[in-house]
Design a protein around this ligand. Sequence first.
Ligand code: CAA
Length: 381
Amino acid sequence: MDFELSETQRLIRDTARKFATEVVAPRARETDRHERFPAEVYRQMAQLGLLGINVPAAYGGAEAGVVAYSLAMMEISAACASTSVGMAVTNMVAELVVAFGTDAQRETFVPRITSGEAVAGAFALSEPHAGSDPGAGYTTAQRKGDRWVINGTKQWITSGAHAGVIIVWARTSNDGNKGLSCFIVEGGTPGLHLGRAEDKMGLRGSNTVPLIFENCEVPEGALLGRLGDGFKLAMVALDGGRVGIASQACGVGRAAVEASVKYVKERRAFGQPIGEFQALRFMLADMHTQQQTAELLTLRAASRKERKLPFTREASMAKLFASEMSNRVCDKAVQLHGGYGYIDEFPVERYLRDARVQTIYEGTSEIQRLVIARELLKSLG
Ligand code: CAA
């Protein structure tokens, strides 16, 4: 197993790190406090190739692979998770269109995403009553001549109010999971209405809205993949998406460890820096070990995807462990900061709020365990 990064991977990581340090981190507090959607940051990211890292150059992507994508996600997430969640979903949408789109769909939509023209991509799968069980969605798409007419409500849509390209799942027959199909809908299409943006605990700079479809008509060519294949497309996209969220959790966890190290060196109690106390050193050692373990699991899942090996189980393991890790580590970081951890003078309270959703979105920890157990039983069956 090779733990060394290639030149391309190092280049993407260093580019993302520089951008994160110089552009993303200085705005992170304001992005969070004032719920400022980072549209301008995404435009700059597009110029660096960060909105299509694992997308062929022919469609404006960086063509740098999945490991490079994961490394870049870790860097941007360490600076601002509100920004990185939109980056993750945009990359996921671009990859989905490349993987399942027709030539016309790829040529039309992917360069719009990678160039930043679309601002962001959105992934409209969940519904108010169907999150863990997306096959239970009510949204429908009905044929009307050479058009599809979409009706229904999608919920929790990241970047939904800003995205120029939205992938929407809708029922084209009553055949359970097999009745779902997938459509590419452009932002601003008549009949697509935005609900009220959610007032969230964390990721407050990210935009999360319901999307309401009322006789929203899209052309025949908006169907992505084959009719009835929507559920499988969602599962394939989510396998990759989970590598992205695992990477986000690694980045936030790393930021929490780094902030804690800085703090225990500066803060003094009982006549010495608090980092001299063994109780806190043990806490830091555990935080760092868990964070590094999550990185290894995540990069392994990314590497398997890159090498086109099965990676469903590995992606779920990485997502499960990394998201649980970031919650534990950020909680400890707040504890290490004492009263200062609980106010916004230090970033650790934001890290903890941002980490909280990671065990929920792109499949809860319970769904990840279900996927891991199924795959394990299959492999040993
Ligand atoms: N890759 C390819 N195909 C897959 C697959 C995968 N990883 N997983 C399942 N499938 C296929 C199966 O092979 C099966 O195919 P056949 O019918 O031909 O046999 C079909 O899909 C149905 O599979 P299951 O029977 O396993 O489906 P299920 O109903 O039991 O559900 C589940 C499985 C894993 C629970 C799934 O529903 C799931 O992942 N739920 C969580 C949904 C989720 O993660 N939502 C996140 C929303 S998006 C988001 O959060 C984005 C954001 O904003 C950040």
